[in-house]
Design a protein around this ligand. Structure first.
Ligand SMILES: Nc1ncnc2c1ncn2[C@@H]1O[C@H](COP(=O)(O)OP(=O)(O)O)[C@@H](O)[C@H]1O
Ligand SMILES: N[C@@H](CCOP(=O)(O)O)C(=O)O
Length: 315
């Protein structure tokens, strides 16, 4: 519902969650928001029109509005707002760029959610997804919404189409998500370039069976069907080569009782879904063991689905 625009100098903090795109078989169409990790962004309305991105000392992200995904998303929003307006943006980046956990989407989505709040909520969630997709274009060269939509809506989303935008929110049974983020960077743009442009019909048939099975499993709370459908015969065989330890993590996590899982987004993070918390923690032990043996630095999270999406903290 639309409210009054806030006065210059007003600011708002936003928590923008990490997201797992693709959910194994649903390349560019499925995504899920996580409770952890989250970026913390502060956006302030300025007297002076324009976009002013504060420099971050950790990742050295670009401060030019058109090169920072937050700025690119705000530019799209400002084009539709039409009246002159200014935003100052600072990002406490807790989701490492190039993680496969929707770092770019969190900044894109967080920026427009905050701006919309400061402008009195004139835009719908679907509008915000549309604006934030411009940030993804900057990060990966392509507008995709499978991180942005769950980041803004929360939960699990299906992007039935991006032109025109058609977002379907899915329900799912309670599930624990275990994530390992090996501390190597895989840029989404690079991980997209290595993909083959053509798909064999045989592989496509298997893949759409799995996508339909996964969505049905979510909607029917059918854990076995979810587990059977977490299979990717098109993207994973190509991308998993970039992730040391991938096959080991996947096989041993399933042996430990996980329903299944795979590459988170374009990697290098790997996620596994479990029905029970103790299994999710056992899966974390597997991940710790694999990466400790490999001598690769890593971070792990045992978390759950975030049903709120990017949220303004009103003080
Ligand atoms: N605010 C931002 N947050 C994260 N990445 C950004 C931001 N602005 C620009 N980028 C660029 O986007 C790329 C990271 O996006 P991407 O490769 O999609 O990572 P992720 O998989 O973590 O989303 C990097 O090249 C980074 O410099
Ligand atoms: N569908 C995209 C998702 C990229 O997610 P990210 O978290 O790696 O940015 C892809 O697989 O390329």
């Amino acid at each position: 519902m639309a409210n009054d625009i806030k006065s210059p100098g007003s600011s708002v903090q936003v928590l923008a969650p990490a997201t797992v795109a693709n959910l194994v078989c649903g390349f560019d169409v499925l995504g899920m928001a996580l409770q952890q990790p989250q970026d913390v962004m502060t956006v302030r309305l300025t007297e002076k029109p324009g976009i002013f991105i504060q420099k971050d000392d950790v990742y050295n992200l670009p401060v030019e509005p058109e090169k920072n995904v937050a700025g690119a998303s705000l530019l799209a929003l400002m084009e539709e707002w039409k009246a002159p307006v200014g935003f100052e943006v600072s990002i406490d980046k807790r989701i490492k760029p190039g993680s496969g956990l929707g770092s770019s989407a969190a900044s894109s989505a967080g920026a427009v959610v905050a701006a919309n709040h400061l402008l009195g909520s004139p835009f719908t969630k679907e509008d915000l997804v549309r604006f934030a997709m411009n940030g993804e274009k900057v990060a990966s060269g392509v507008k995709h919404a499978d991180n942005i939509a769950p980041c803004i809506y929360g939960g699990i989303t299906l992007i039935r189409s991006i032109f025109p935008l058609d977002i379907v929110q899915l329900t799912a049974p309670p599930m624990y998500v275990t994530v390992v983020h090996p501390q190597i960077e895989v840029r989404t743009s690079d991980a997209r370039q290595i993909l083959r442009k053509e798909v064999q019909l045989k592989a496509a048939i298997k893949q759409w069976g799995n996508i339909a099975g996964l969505v049905t499993g979510f909607l029917k709370n059918d854990y076995d069907l979810i587990g059977r459908s977490l299979e990717d015969v098109i993207i994973e065989p190509v991308r998993s080569i970039l992730i040391p330890g991938f096959d080991d993590v996947k096989k041993r996590s399933k042996d430990a009782g996980a329903l299944g899982g795979g590459i988170s987004g374009s990697g290098p993070s790997i996620f596994m879904l479990s029905k029970e918390e103790y299994v999710a923690k056992g899966v974390e032990d597997v991940m710790i063991d694999v990466y400790t043996r490999l001598g690769i630095e890593f971070k792990t999270y045992v978390t759950m689905i975030n049903y709120e999406g990017a949220k303004c903290i009103i003080s």
